[in-house]
Design a binder for this molecule. Structure first.
Ligand SMILES: NC(=O)c1ccc[n+]([C@@H]2O[C@H](COP(=O)([O-])OP(=O)(O)OC[C@H]3O[C@@H](n4cnc5c(N)ncnc54)[C@H](OP(=O)(O)O)[C@@H]3O)[C@@H](O)[C@H]2O)c1
Length: 355
């Protein structure tokens, strides 16, 4: 990986002075609004937010603020918010921050309104996003992986709850490099990479827990202190690590520990796990996965881009993925509302590896 500082020096904010870039944040929700609040601090950027009418009203009434666990705070008002995508035609770069299932419905509009040379930076979690977009869009598509959690604290206020550098696919686009330099300047560090696949695959390892949390139906902290749930997560991770190994991809570690150690850590007795993983356990007692939020809101989840991707890749590499397959099935049940999902211990019994 290259450092963010290098991006700043090579193609950064100072060398592009004088040029005013128009940035479109498409799908202004938690991630889009959080990042957008930073970009609004830079007078050389014209930041346009695209999203739902409800969000437009919320930001008009409250302004937009980004706060962080490390006490950084940025405020922006007024923000330019559009509930139609027509004004995308003015944008020089797009940060695409809708959830993965919303990408396909959005493609027609992107094709209609985006100038063909404008780079699109897809910020979704999951596997296959870039490939899916490039099948339909002629625009350059880049990927960026957001390692931290953003939650909405109150109307108009988006809060970064955890640490981590955004991992961003390296490119030669001046507008993209300019906004990376703005993030770095405002202490939201961006790491550039030429191996975005490794970054995607590493993030997926952590996101495999989203489904388990949604199925458990309890806060993340409580879920991770349950030995059965941790055993299932360890098994789901092992399935993915085996695929990565066969695909010869070394997933980027995001926890400070080598990825191969995570299943071992998860298998420790709860008393030991609690002590060793204290820093990794979410601070907020009530925090849950966004997949749980989606189920409650009766929305389609990102399951097919997360555990579903493990199942697809397992088929490709002829490796078994019984745990991820069962997790996908349970989330499908929750999405359809037609059948109760199996409990965590029932899933564990089905895979025949009860702790
Ligand atoms: N939040 C996090 O902590 C976090 C961290 C890392 C990565 N990510 C990833 O970042 C992506 C975005 O997550 P998020 O939490 O920011 O999602 P989010 O809060 O749901 O934001 C997406 C926004 O886009 C809107 N939207 C969807 N389709 C639209 C359309 N056609 N036109 C206008 N607006 C549209 C959504 O509205 P509706 O809800 O009404 O559809 C929602 O307000 C996901 O892939 C997620 O996995 C999130």
């Amino acid at each position: 990986m290259l450092s963010g500082q290098q991006a700043q020096d090579d193609a950064g904010r100072y060398s592009t002075a004088g040029q005013r870039y128009c940035i479109g944040i498409v799908g202004a929700g938690s991630v889009g609004c959080y990042l957008g609040a930073y970009l609004c601090q830079d007078s050389a950027l014209d930041v346009k937010f695209f999203g739902r009418e409800t969000m437009a009203l919320e930001l008009a009434a409250n302004g937009l603020s980004a706060t962080s666990f490390d006490h950084q705070a940025y405020f922006a008002q007024p923000v330019a918010f559009y509930s139609s995508l027509n004004s995308l035609i003015e944008c020089d770069v797009v940060l695409l921050t809708v959830k993965a299932p919303a990408l396909v419905p959005m493609l027609t509009q992107l094709k209609r309104f985006l100038r063909p040379e404008v780079p699109v930076v897809a910020m979704q979690n999951g596997i296959g996003i870039g490939e899916m977009l490039t099948q339909d869009l002629t625009n350059p598509v880049l990927r960026a992986i957001v390692p931290f959690n953003v939650i909405k604290n109150r109307a108009g206020q988006f809060h970064r709850a955890t640490a981590g550098n955004i991992v961003w696919q390296q490119s030669q686009h001046a507008a993209v490099n300019y906004l990376i330099s703005v993030f770095n300047h405002l202490q939201l560090p961006v790491q550039l990479t030429t191996d975005i696949t490794a970054a995607e695959y590493g993030k997926l390892l952590l996101n495999l827990n989203n489904a388990l949390n949604a199925i458990s139906n309890v806060p993340l902290k409580q879920q991770l202190l349950d030995a059965d749930s941790r055993m299932l997560l360890a098994l789901a991770m092992q399935e993915w690590l085996a695929i990565c190994s066969k695909a010869k991809i070394r997933p980027v570690p995001y926890t400070g520990l080598p990825n191969a150690m995570l299943p071992w850590l998860l298998r420790l007795p709860t008393i030991l796990f609690r002590r060793i993983a204290a820093k990794m356990l979410p601070m907020d007692e009530q925090a849950r996965s966004s997949m749980w939020d989606d189920i409650q809101a009766k929305k389609r989840t990102e399951i097919m881009f997360l555990n579903g991707a493990v199942v697809r890749m397992g088929q490709l590499y002829q490796l078994p993925t019984p745990v991820n397959t069962l997790l996908v099935e349970q989330i499908k049940r929750l999405e359809s509302g037609e059948a109760e999902p199996l409990s965590i211990s029932e899933i564990l019994q089905q895979v025949g590896r009860h702790s």
